[in-house]
Write a protein that binds this ligand. Structure first.
Ligand SMILES: [Mg+2]
Length: 219
């Protein structure tokens, strides 16, 4: 006998800080950039409270010269990533969560600001999870626009799509398109718990596996 699990149709995940536990790496690269400019880096707490997709404004506010080229900052960041990538892992429960989505016959996608092509062609393969996903949108700088586009393309009630994200911006963007949201607040979240809660997600979770009982309810 099969149960129809209602109402979920599609699971969409953020990548950085959600499926990938990379906050430490990202914050390390920030410290490296500030070191390069001989500036004192903002604390991790400040970073988690203030960072948005517009990271340049954050860097400038905390002392990086306004005329520093984004390309230079990116090259310092990439070099640091390359040298320190060895210890990076998926977030606890990520694989089990994806397996559960597959078992539930959900369509699974990613919407991420991670560098275009890098996530799809390298990162997912690195962790052997590339086959889990029906769609991967990387290099997304405007999540709000992307979610609106997806809702149109996917042709399902947006409430039956859910999105998991560890940041205010991501949650706000999905909510704006009518998508159900899970605010993920854990040690590796890019934003503080307070900031994530301020986006008013439909659910707050502290571990990825907390999603399973919520979406398992049969209605
Ligand atoms: Mg994130």
């Amino acid at each position: 006998m099969t149960f129809k699990r209602i109402p979920w149709n599609i699971a969409i995940c953020d990548w950085n800080g959600t499926l990938l536990n990379d906050l430490e790496l990202v914050y390390g690269s920030l410290k490296n950039i500030f070191k390069y400019f001989e500036k004192v880096p903002p604390s991790l707490e400040t970073y988690q409270n203030e960072i948005t997709a517009d990271f340049l404004s954050f860097y400038r506010k905390h002392g990086i010269p306004a005329d520093a080229e984004p390309e230079l900052l990116n090259s310092i960041r990439k070099k640091y990533f390359k040298e320190n990538d060895g210890n990076i892992t998926l977030t606890d429960g990520a694989v089990e969560l994806l397996e559960t989505f597959l078992r539930f016959d959900l369509k699974i996608g990613i919407v991420s600001g991670e560098a275009k092509g890098y996530l799809r062609d390298e990162r997912l393969k690195q962790f052997g999870i590339e086959k889990c996903f029906d769609f991967v949108h990387d290099g997304v700088s405007d999540k709000m626009g992307k979610f609106k586009e997806l809702v149109k393309i996917l042709e399902v009630n947006p409430k039956t799509i859910f999105y998991i994200d560890d940041s205010f911006d991501g949650i706000a963007a999905a909510k704006n398109a009518g998508i159900t949201t899970f605010g993920f607040t854990h040690e590796g979240s890019y934003n503080s718990e307070e900031k994530i809660k301020a986006a008013k997600p439909d659910y707050i979770i502290k571990s990825l596996l907390e999603i399973i009982p919520i979406i398992s309810k049969i209605e």
